[in-house]
Design a protein around this ligand. Structure first.
Ligand code: KG4
Ligand code: ZN
Length: 359
């Protein structure tokens, strides 16, 4: 019988884990070995399904997850050289995300765990992104500062020696990924906007068209990107069609620079003020090539250790969910069979800390 979240179970004997992620528009499954190393990382993207709508359509996302989840999970096991019966546990994203999309993963994970008679844990998607910083380098040091930059989050944390997190600051309005996506939409680029701006900006000059950078007040760990989006809108409105087309690469480069320079500046300010000597940057926006280059250059010049996960661990994936779930299972946590998807799980994060998120 499964044990509920408030009753930590007896010691879990580490074995292979299957991670499942269906919070938004990627159906993903990943198998970890008993020692936590990644054996497979399978991602079925739904970009083609949503592209013509210019954003993720929740109902279509749920349907696409239903269609793919069995195949993606079986492929993850096959690539890992595992049989279903080799699994010792299952980790699934419980939230935050799209309710209907999360439900597919949570119910599939529970059914699988029940059939195999193994434990299942629900994992916060945010916790998964944070865990991705240690996937490639399990020895990455603590204490460190973690910047989570995705479509829904722009959060700076301090993670102390024992792994506990303290929120230093977050965005007051749009997340960095949202700023990329909305900017791309204004520029008439394809969905998803972040990678489209990243590609186009390589052909432009970031200094030709300057955009405002919002640092709020000195030393603040908070972010704000809504003014930047408005600045782009006004710029475009002041241009005729011909000059919009002629300057689109410079516009993309200038807009991107305004986002990434603030992310870099604030991350390093947080590192300095917290006394940490290491910085991890995770989430979809950490795939941005300009952000990665600036972070790497600055880390080298300041002799800081930097964790920038490989691209396949930046955007949504299940290896990060399996890794966070493994920590929870090792700590004795199990979900009860009535575990439900929780679309707004992030609100709990600041309140309770690390392990109560696994329920
Ligand atoms: O982590 P993620 O895959 O999903 C969420 O948890 O939100 O992040 C998605 C976000 C999107 O806003 C997407 O445009 C952005 O990450 N993104 C990028 C890049 N790749 C993905 N933003 C800038 N440059 C990229 N190369
Ligand atoms: Zn994500």
């Amino acid at each position: 019988m499964m044990i509920s979240i408030d009753q930590p179970a007896s010691t879990w004997i580490p074995g292979p884990i299957l991670g499942i992620e269906t919070s938004c528009d990627e159906t993903a499954a990943s198998a970890l070995a008993a020692d936590g190393s990644v054996l497979s990382n399978v991602i079925a993207s739904q970009h083609d399904v949503h592209q013509r709508f210019g954003g993720v359509v929740p109902e279509l996302a749920s349907r696409a997850h239903v269609e793919s989840i069995e195949r993606v999970s079986a492929t993850a096991l096959q690539q890992a050289g595992l049989a279903w019966t080799d699994l010792a546990g299952i980790a699934v994203t419980q939230g935050p995300g799209l309710a209907g999309a999360l439900l597919v993963g949570v119910n599939y994970a529970k059914a699988l765990a029940y059939a195999l008679n193994i434990p299942v844990v629900g994992v916060s998607h945010l916790e998964g992104h944070i865990a991705s910083a240690w996937l490639k380098d399990p020895a990455f040091p603590l204490p460190c500062v973690v910047l989570v930059v995705s479509g829904g989050h722009t959060h700076l944390y301090y993670k102390d020696r024992s792994g506990h997190r303290r929120l230093l600051g977050a965005t007051r309005d749009d997340a960095a990924g949202e700023a990329f996506d909305k900017g791309a939409q204004l520029l008439g680029l394809e969905f998803p906007g972040g990678p489209a701006i990243d590609r186009l900006a390589r052909q432009g000059n970031p200094d030709t068209i300057a955009f405002p950078r919002s640092y709020l007040q000195n030393g603040s760990h908070e972010f704000s990107f809504s003014g930047l989006k408005t600045a782009l809108l006004y710029r475009l409105q002041a241009m005729d069609e011909q000059s919009r087309v002629a300057n689109v690469a410079d516009l993309a480069a200038g807009y991107q620079e305004a986002i990434v320079s603030v992310l870099v500046e604030k991350s390093f300010t947080a590192v300095r003020s917290s006394g940490a000597r290491a910085l991890a940057v995770v989430g979809g926006v950490s795939a941005n090539s300009r952000l990665r280059a600036l972070l790497q250059a600055r880390a080298t010049s300041e002799s800081l250790q930097l964790s920038l996960p490989p691209l396949s661990y930046c955007t949504d994936n299940a290896a990060m969910i399996a890794a966070a779930g493994r920590q929870a299972l090792c700590a004795g946590f199990r979900a009860s069979w009535d575990m439900d998807a929780n679309a707004s799980l992030s609100r709990l994060i600041g309140l309770f800390g690390l392990f109560c998120l696994f329920g």
